[in-house]
Write a protein of this length. Sequence first.
Length: 557
Amino acid sequence: MTQPFGRNQVSVLAQPDFRNVASRAFDAGHTLPQLLIDCCQRHGNRTAFSNLGQSLSFADIDRQSADFAAYLRHDLKLQPGDRVAIMLPNLLQYPVAVLGVQRADLVAVLVNPMYTARELRHQLADSGARVLAVLDNFGAVAQEALPGTPVEHVITTRVGDMLRWPKSLIVDFMLKRVKKMIPAFAIPGAIRWPAALAAGSKLPRVVSSAKATDTAQLQYTGGTTGLSKGAILPHRALIANVAAAEQCFGYAMDPATDDFVICLPIYHIAAYTNLLFTMVHGYRAELVTNPRDIPGLVATLDRVKPAFFSGVNTLYDALMNHPDFAKLDLSGLKLCLQGGTALRRGTAERWKQLTGKDVVEGYGLSETSAAITYNRWDAPNPVGSIGLALGEVEISLRDENGVEVPPGEAGELCARGPQMTTGYWNQPGETAQAFFDGGWFRTGDIARQDAQGYYFLLDRRKDMILVSGFNVFPNEVEDVVALHPGVLEAAVVGMPDEKCGEAVRLVVVRRDPALSEDDLRTHCRKNLTGYKQPKAIEFRESLPKSAVGKILRRELR
């Protein structure tokens, strides 16, 4: 029988010492700042991250994150455990900001930069964030969202703030004056990113005193009530996930020669753990600010010639559909990962044909600090599998009462191990429902296991819609639509979509006969980020309901 990935495998024990850095840190009970500061100092002047033609060394990350930590703790008077929200795309500011937050013993709250004001307001209020770091491009959204939230301080940054002059000036001028991508905003008392780092550089250094069990991060995910909820991720959970990746993929690449491309947004847990993995092991990573710019991404792949690439099914398709992709020299590719949504067989076969490399599929959630299963990169895998359990992860398939199902039968995929969330922030009821006795986290997904130990997803949470790897919970969209005065009732279901895997379908009963599709789309654009907006809108005279009046989404599906 094929064994799950784990530290007892001979191939792992035979590997060079650097491949087990996170594993040793986990065993020693270290925290993220202890691990990352040590790695930054060990890798010193090696390039850590590049973006828009500018690079930062590990020593730069160490120094600037220390400056940011000092500013947060000494100048802003934050206390250990306070939350700091980070609303940035993939820029050089990101690794500096998150390590600065961690080494100041604060809690990082990673925010989707495409959020609307309504979505941002909820996350800031729910997390109790005292500080928001935001890119100027989203300053107008932040200005609208801030009133009534606990945020006391705002740090604003431009795309060009980490670039050399004159490129910094040119980039910011083009974004603001030519492309009109920075709407006007005014946030009284906001401080600029360069000023914050400059102030911090003159202040005493902060020495972290956090414990491995302390909260490092709140990772927001969709809520069954329609509101997003913060999964509490301790330091040990995130380090455990990096350690599991070491055991799974450590032998696939060499930091002395291989580069990463991180194009998935870092606020997403999968990309965030990619960032941690590269820092821990001394890889150079190219940060892609806008992966929707497919011509730009193709050019980046041509220039960087990465050994590592991670994406979702729709991104793989978009790349292969670009006319210049087939011309690329991707002979250096060693590892191509995919998760967040089901990998289509046609996509995987075409990628293999064009690049010579398999797309390796895995499975994970925000609540599990990213992946808990992955297929093998070094051996054939069963078609349609989400892989084997990663090291330290226990998986059990259970019925609705929490009883383990017999071998070969389908059950809810439940997981236990150090990577798991300890619960939801200020949500004791949701936390209680998320676990079976014994600490088994309920993913809500139905799976089966074959005789070789591989897992196969059969069904997902009955109502959740997966749009290009992002969770959309119908209740949230329905709640937003119901705010429109012309709507009497609304229901949301998923529908197959060639580009996104699934898309949102909205069914509405009008209160106002004059209500139009354009009216609803304008309303949704104001209140929902892009992937949550309905692709199809249908008007009906009534919605199917149960005997007690509950809308029956299954009948609509």
